[in-house]
Design a protein around this ligand. Structure first.
Ligand code: C2E
Ligand code: MG
Ligand code: MG
Length: 401
C-alpha cells in the first residue's frame, strides 16, 4: 500500500519546515493508520514500512529521528528486529509497540540499550492517544554532536575497545583470520561506531595517534590468543596517513616486539578516505611492511578513492570487495556484475580476494561460484568481543585451534 499523505489521513496539512521525522514499522494496517494520524497531529513527518524486508531494501528509511517498532513482525522476533537496527547502526530513538507482556518489553528495551540502540520506551497495544502524547512530551532530545574534547577523554580513559569479526575460506568454512573493528563506549551515549567518530579524529589531527592506540589493543589481544594456542591472522584498519608517519616502520617493529608477536600474522587494511598523498613514498613504506611479513589489503575496493592506479602502483596482496556490492549481489544484477568483475580482476592480478558483508546463503553460494576464495559477514559471524569470539571459536570446529 502506498503511504497516504498526512492531510488525507487526518485533515491536517503536512507540517512546514523542519518537522521531526518518524518511521512506523508495523505489519498491521490499522495500527499504521492510527499512529500516522496521531503523529501527524503532533507535526511529525511520517514514513511507514510493513516489515523488515521493506526496510532492508530501503535502508534510507532509517535516516529518521524516531522509530516506532512493532516487535512481532511476521516471522521475526523482537530480538531479530533489534539486531537489524544494530547492524544498520540506527541512531534514531526507538519506541517499541507491542501487545506482549510488560516484562518482555522491558527485557527488549534493555537488550536494545546494551546493543547500542537509543531505546526511548514502549507503547502497549492497543495504542492509547494519551500514552503516545505523554511519551512524545517526555522524549529526550537527541544527543549533541560528538566533540574532540570527548574523544580526547575517551583515549585517556580507555573507552575505546575492539570487536573481532571472523574471516573465512568460502569453500571450506575454515577460519583464516579476524578483523579488528573499533568501538567507543561513550558515557551518556552508549556504543558509538567508527563511522561516527573516526572522521572527527582524523580531521582534528588525531588519526595517527588513534591508529597506534588500535594497533596496541589489537596486538595485545593477538598475544593473548597466541598464548592460548590460537594462531590465526589479525587484520587492522589503518588510514593512508599512518603510512606517512615518520615512526611508522620503527613503531610497528617496537610494538610487535613489546607484545611478542610476529608481523607475518598481521594484515593491514588500508581504506582510501581521501586521495593518497604521495604514491612513491607510500610504495616504499608498504614494501617495507611487506618485507616484515605484513599482508597488505586494499579495503572497500570499488568505492571512494581506491583506484586502479593504486592497485597498479602499490604492492597490495589482497583486495576486499566492498559490502555495498556484495550485500546486493543476490538481488541486483549490476551489483553481481561488479562483484564478479572485481573477483576476476583480483585473480588475474594474482591477489587474494575477500568479499565483505556476506549476509545470506545465496550471497555465499554466488561468491563461491564466482571463485572468490575468502569472505566475511554476518552470515558467518558478527563483530564480537574476545569472550563471545571464544564461544564462536568453540562452536566452529573448522577453525584452527
Ligand atoms: P570496514 O573495514 O570495511 O569494516 C567492515 C564493516 O562492515 C564493519 O563496520 C563491520 O561491522 C561491517 N560488516 C561486517 N559484516 C557485515 C555484514 O554482513 N553486513 C553489514 N551490513 N555490515 C557488515 P564497522 O565496524 O561499523 O566499521 C566501519 C568502518 O570503520 C570500517 O569498515 C573501517 O573502514 C572503519 N574502521 C573500523 N575500525 C577501525 C579502526 O580501528 N581504524 C580505522 N582507521 N578505521 C576503522
Ligand atoms: Mg576493514
Ligand atoms: Mg571494508
Amino acid at each position: 500500500m502506498s503511504p497516504l499523505p498526512l492531510h488525507a489521513v487526518d485533515g491536517v496539512p503536512p507540517p512546514q519546515g523542519a518537522a521531526t521525522r518518524a518511521l512506523i514499522v508495523d505489519d498491521d494496517v490499522e495500527i499504521r493508520l492510527l499512529m500516522r494520524a496521531l503523529l501527524g497531529r503532533h507535526g511529525y513527518c511520517v514514513k511507514v514500512a510493513s516489515g523488515l524486508q521493506e526496510l532492508a531494501c530501503q535502508s534510507e528509511m532509517l535516516d529518521t529521528e524516531l522509530i516506532f517498532l512493532d516487535v512481532d513482525l511476521g516471522p521475526f522476533t523482537g530480538r531479530d528486529v533489534m539486531q537489524f537496527l544494530q547492524d544498520k547502526r540506527a541512531t534514531a530513538g526507538v519506541i517499541l509497540v507491542s501487545s506482549c507482556s510488560l516484562a518482555t518489553l522491558e527485557q527488549l528495551v534493555e537488550a536494545g540499550r546494551s546493543g547500542g540502540l537509543r531505546m526511548l520506551g514502549y507503547l502497549h497495544k492497543p495504542v492509547q492517544p494519551a500514552t503516545l502524547q505523554r511519551l512524545l512530551e517526555q522524549r529526550p532530545l537527541p544527543p549533541p554532536p560528538l566533540t574532540v574534547a570527548e574523544f580526547d577523554t575517551a583515549l585517556r580513559r580507555d573507552e575505546l575497545f575492539l570487536n573481532f569479526q571472523p574471516k573465512l575460506e568460502l569453500a571450506s568454512g575454515r577460519l583464516t583470520g579476524v578483523e579488528a573493528l573499533l568501538r567507543w563506549n561513550a558515557p551518556g551515549r552508549g556504543i558509538v561506531y567508527p563511522d561516527a567518530f573516526i572522521p572527527l579524529a582524523e580531521h582534528s589531527g588525531r588519526g595517527i595517534a588513534l591508529t597506534w592506540h588500535v594497533l596496541d589493543l589489537a596486538f595485545r589481544q593477538k598475544a593473548r590468543w597466541e598464548a592460548a594456542g590460537h594462531h590465526f591472522g589479525l587484520a587492522v584498519n589503518v588510514p593512508p596517513a599512518w603510512l606517512h608517519d615518520a615512526d611508522c616502520l620503527s613503531g610497528i617493529d617496537a610494538l610487535a616486539a613489546r607484545h611478542g608477536i610476529a608481523l607475518d600474522g598481521v594484515e593491514l587494511e588500508i581504506t582510501e578516505s581521501g586521495a593518497m598523498e604521495c604514491l612513491s613514498y607510500a610504495r616504499h613504506v608498504l614494501g617495507s611492511l611487506r618485507d616484515r611479513g605484513c599482508t597488505l589489503s586494499m579495503d572497500d575496493f570499488g568505492t571512494g578513492y581506491s583506484s586502479m592506479a593504486q592497485l597498479y602502483r602499490l604492492p597490495f596482496d589482497q583486495i576486499k570487495v566492498d559490502r555495498s556490492f556484495v550485500g546486493c549481489s543476490d538481488i541486483d544484477a549490476e551489483a553481481a556484475a561488479i562483484t564478479r568483475t572485481i573477483v576476476d580482476l583480483g585473480q588475474r592480478l594474482g591477489l587474494r580476494v575477500v568479499a565483505e558483508g556476506i549476509e545470506t546463503p545465496a550471497q555465499h553460494e554466488l561468491l563461491t561460484a564466482m571463485g572468490c576464495p575468502l569472505g566475511q559477514g554476518y552470515l558467518f559471524g558478527r563483530p564480537m568481543n574476545p569472550e563471545t569470539f571464544g564461544d564462536w571459536l568453540a562452536r566452529h570446529p573448522r577453525a584452527p585451534h
